[in-house]
Design a protein around this ligand. Structure first.
Ligand code: NDP
Length: 328
């Protein structure tokens, strides 16, 4: 057994340290499939982990990175064999299980999804946890019964990873998408992705009234706090908001008025422990409902040695769309 390159997080006297270093293969954790990691990505949670700004990492040493795509090298799981192309998101990788910013990963075969036809390992990580979460949100709105005929869909944190993929998918499905952003300079980018309207996020960031003028049939929110409260208060009768993020905070200063007077639903989205059948459905829909030219528009590429800097930038709200990380 040898060593491989990895972004390693260790506990320090105060907080944590992070470095690109060699990791011993013998120290990989339990799992029945070993994967040659080819591509990874930088999500908001990865930013929290590499900067140590929130206690995302709960085991040390840790290899950061919450998702990867690559090729199976070895497997004792009957579902997988050497050469299979796979994608893996969440399941505690980069938090409690050694993660994705490494040339190798060992995981449970039950965590893996086969790459759908038409999605390369690089595409899968251009989508990454952020994009797969956007699709879980779209699926939740569809399960609620929303269709483009019901009215507009608002997307908050629009120029971020979840937001960018959500806009691209929803517009392809025929929805009138209202993109809420704090970056007016990204209005053209958002329109190119398919936003029909771009609004200033300040419109949604103040204290929310219990009920306000009905503006949308649904929404995908990666911001939380007063923004989510405003989204709920402006949702049309029997509409729904899929809540997946907390970029502005964990709190929800809302009231029950939208729920009991307008029958509005709040749909919770978790990507980390999401059941495997729903993951397969989400990845299948990403293959069919995400325009590849838009994916290229959203994405920029870095190497493993750029991950630590990119993690700080994503927390500062300076990243547009998605970052894909070339591992090999
Ligand atoms: P990004 O950093 O790429 O995007 C977040 C966007 O939110 C920013 O680009 C910005 O958009 C907006 N934003 C940032 N700070 C604020 C603020 N203070 N007030 C209002 N808006 C703000 O992150 P991701 O897209 O990767 O993730 C988005 C959120 O979703 C995160 O909170 C993340 O933790 C969560 N998430 C949850 C998952 C789950 O399983 N539930 C899975 C994946 C992500 P703009 O500049 O356009 O205003």
């Amino acid at each position: 057994m040898g060593t491989f390159k990895a972004v390693r997080i260790d506990k320090a006297e105060k907080g944590t340290t992070v470095a690109l270093t060699q990791f011993d293969e013998a120290d990989l954790m339990e799992g029945d499939v070993t994967v040659r990691v080819e591509w990874s990505t930088v999500n908001y949670k990865d930013g929290l982990a590499v900067t140590g700004k929130a206690p995302v990492v709960r085991r040390f040493p840790m290899i950061a990175g919450i998702d990867f795509a690559g090729t199976v090298e070895q497997s004792s799981n009957p579902a997988w064999k050497a050469g299979d192309k796979v994608v893996c998101n969440g399941w505690g990788m980069g938090e409690t299980h050694l993660g994705a910013y490494a040339e190798k990963a060992r995981v449970k075969g039950d965590w893996l999804v086969r790459l759908p036809d038409g999605i390369s390992a690089r595409d899968a990580m251009a989508i990454g946890t952020a994009g797969y979460t956007a699709m879980l949100s779209v699926l939740a709105l569809e399960r609620h019964g929303l269709t483009p005929k019901d009215g507009p869909i608002v997307v908050t944190g629009a120029a971020g990873g979840v937001g960018s993929v959500a806009i691209a998918v929803l517009s392809k499905l025929g929805y009138h998408v209202i993109a809420s952003t704090g970056r007016a300079s990204e209005a053209d980018y958002l329109r190119k992705l398919g936003a029909a309207e771009v609004i200033d996020r300040n419109e949604l960031s103040g204290p929310a009234k219990p009920l306000a003028k009905e503006r949308w049939a649904g929404g995908i929110d990666s911001v939380g706090s007063t923004t989510l409260a405003n989204l709920l208060s402006m949702t049309k009768y029997r509409g729904a908001i899929a809540a997946c993020g907390l970029a502005a905070g964990m709190d929800l200063p809302s009231s029950v008025a939208p729920f009991i007077l307008r029958g509005v639903c709040l749909l919770g989205i978790d990507s980390v422990m999401c059941p495997i059948e729903l993951r397969k459905q989400a990845w299948g829909r990403l293959a069919s409902d995400l325009d590849h030219s838009k994916l290229a528009e959203i994405t920029h590429e870095i190497n493993l040695d750029g991950v630590i800097e990119a993690g700080a930038k994503i927390l500062a709200g300076q990243v547009r769309g998605r970052i894909v990380v070339k591992i090999q």
